[in-house]
Design a protein around this ligand. Structure first.
Ligand SMILES: Cc1cc2nc3c(=O)[nH]c(=O)nc-3n(C[C@H](O)[C@H](O)[C@H](O)COP(=O)(O)O)c2cc1C
Length: 171
């Protein structure tokens, strides 16, 4: 008969409620922060902070971002629309906070240095990268839409020094 399994030296975590557990799991996943911008009513700029940017494919060059359907920007996103995805640098946590809801929608572009791309889309100076994209598709899932964006142009900073969000705080 086989020997009994040795007692584990590290206690096995108790199972937790799935929603609470998933929130806890995501707090343990460090993510880069981006500002997604688009054109709203009368071509006024709109934007929000997002950690859900994911590299999708290089051929075609595409990324995805998950956008809550209650976010102000959501009504202004649809296939064919231009969007700008600005990957934040470590010193841009104020921009993240502003576009995460700490500053009113219409006042957000007063935080950070913004210029316009050829479509008139706001792009953030001193970001790690500016991705100029066109929305390819939007798939609703639960509370969010999975937005697939085809990347048309990229601008890169010199140094790699991203803003990272982890456990509800910036690193
Ligand atoms: C660091 C950070 C990351 C976020 N990531 C996302 C995200 O990936 N998707 C999303 O829908 N909201 C995300 N949010 C929340 C939105 O930025 C926030 O709800 C924002 O206020 C929505 O825009 P609104 O105020 O114009 O509706 C994030 C917020 C922060 C601070």
């Amino acid at each position: 008969m086989a020997d009994p399994a040795p007692a584990p030296s590290v206690p096995v975590p108790e199972p937790v409620d799935v929603t609470m557990g998933l929130k806890g799991a995501m707090r343990r996943l460090p993510s880069g922060v981006a500002i997604v911008t688009a054109l709203g009513e009368g071509k006024a700029p709109v934007g929000m902070a997002a950690t859900s940017i994911t590299s999708l494919t290089m051929d075609p060059p595409a990324v995805l971002v998950c956008v809550n359907q209650t976010a102000g920007i959501h009504a202004h996103l649809s296939p064919g629309c231009p969007v700008s995805i600005n990957l934040l640098s470590r010193h841009q946590r104020e921009v993240s906070a502003a576009f995460g809801g700490a500053v009113a929608r219409e006042a957000r572009f007063g935080v950070g240095q913004w210029t316009a791309d050829p479509h008139g889309l706001p792009i953030l100076e001193e970001a790690q990268a500016n991705l100029s994209c066109t929305i390819e598709s939007m798939t609703p899932f639960g509370t969010h839409s999975i937005v697939i964006a085809r990347v048309k142009a990229v601008r890169l900073s010199d140094a790699v020094d991203p803003l990272i969000f982890q456990d509800g705080a910036y690193l």
